[in-house]
Design a protein around this ligand. Structure first.
Ligand SMILES: *Cc1c(COP(=O)(O)O)cnc(C)c1O
Length: 381
């Protein structure tokens, strides 16, 4: 027998109560019972988004709501600014291209942060930019981008909105939508929301609704206007993922009970412990000190070690699934996820598995040092 540990930044582990809530017999979606569940989940989503704006739920993975931001806010040929320093920022660029938008491409190395000053310069040089895209928590690199200063720059422009991928930000780091004046913010179910994949949510500000009103890109299933009209009638335009929304209600109750601030603090603590553990055995962190998020800890594979073998061995021999590097960093970095339903001993277990795996594949270090460093973080908290 081998127990399995899912230590990836999506999908993430699902708490037993959330799983069980989804196992109940199916109910019909056009019923007062389901409307009640949907409206409660929508209200609780506003709590985690820290917003009074509309929050809309879609049956899709995170990429679906990313796509929805393009088709709902823009018209063919309009200009947008894409900031990117990882795989998910790249996806915004691919979407801009797919929908025939003009774009300014503000691209950075994966282990550096987006600079608000560069956004300001780009907006000065291109006064016709209608939207700025930014990834708050770049899951491919672990980088936490400075959303607030970028939002401050965008807020000064009347006809330009900021669109934030907070898919691994929400529930792990602070993302105060209203306080920071974020026009569009999105998240996905299989990340901080502790649900299976298949559901995503987006918040839409008044300013963003202004863009929606004049957007000419074709849309149907992902129409925000349709979704808003339906939620006004306590329902959804199409058959919603009933079980996932029931699970969402359960997961959001857990988050409410713990308190969003405490949830974020817990993620900070887990991230601190994971980083301290890795550094204590001589490993180098990938994300720069000025921009490290709480969702995932990416680490350079040490010289002479086969990164793919590391991830494979840890999974096959010890049942611990961590994530490898993506694209150019495949085999060069590995990533420990600690997003959502995670507690201290998930980190201890993973560091122990990492030490055993590294020792086995020939890395030299003082065994136990990672555990001691992580324990120190937890005991000091
Ligand atoms: C997971 C993720 C997405 C969406 O990916 P899906 O596979 O479509 O859910 C987008 N952005 C970030 C930062 C992510 O971590």
């Amino acid at each position: 027998m081998q127990k399995k540990y899912l230590m990836t930044p999506g999908p993430t582990p699902v708490p037993a109560d959330v799983l069980l809530s989804q196992a109940r017999p199916m109910i019909h979606h056009r019923t007062p019972e389901f409307s009640g569940i949907l409206m409660k989940a929508t209200e609780d989503l506003k709590y985690v988004f820290q917003t009074e704006n509309d929050v809309l739920i879609f049956a899709c993975s995170g990429t679906g709501v990313m796509e929805s931001a393009f088709v709902n806010c823009f018209s063919p040929g309009e200009k947008v600014l894409i900031t990117r320093n990882g795989k998910f920022g790249d996806r915004f660029l691919q979407l801009a291209k797919a929908y025939g938008l003009e774009y300014v491409d503000l691209s950075y190395e994966w282990n550096t942060v987006v600079q608000a000053a560069d956004v300001e310069t780009a907006l000065d040089e291109n006064p016709d930019i209608k939207g700025v895209f930014i990834t708050q928590s770049e899951t491919s690199s672990g980088v936490l981008n400075p959303v607030k200063p970028v939002a401050d720059v965008v807020a000064q422009k009347d006809d330009c909105i900021i669109i934030v991928d907070s898919i691994t930000g929400i529930g792990a780091v602070d993302c105060p939508t209203d306080e920071w004046k974020l026009d569009v913010v999105m998240t996905g179910s299989q990340k901080g929301l502790m649900l299976p994949p298949g559901l995503a949510a987006v918040s839409v500000s008044e300013k963003a609704w202004g863009r929606v009103a004049c957007s000419e890109l074709p849309k149907f299933y992902f129409s925000w206007e349709k979704a808003k009209k339906s939620i006004g009638k306590e329902t959804t335009p199409f058959t919603p993922p009933v079980s996932l929304i029931i699970g969402l209600g359960e997961a959001l109750s857990m988050i409410r009970e713990e308190g969003l601030e405490n949830v974020i603090r817990r993620h900070q603590l887990l991230a601190d412990a994971a980083r301290a553990g890795c550094e204590a055995i001589g490993l180098k962190l990938f994300a720069p000190p000025e921009g490290r998020g709480n969702a995932v800890t990416p680490v350079w594979v040490p010289d002479g070690i086969d990164g793919k073998a590391l991830v494979k061995t840890m999974s096959a021999k010890y049942g611990i699934t961590i994530a490898g590097g993506q694209d150019d960093y495949a085999g060069k970095i590995f990533r420990i996820g600690h997003l959502g339903y995670f507690d201290r001993f998930d980190i201890i277990t993973t560091l122990a598995g990492l030490e055993m795996t590294l020792a086995e594949i020939g890395y030299e270090f003082e065994r136990g040092a990672a555990l001691r460093a992580a324990e120190d973080v937890f005991m000091g908290a």
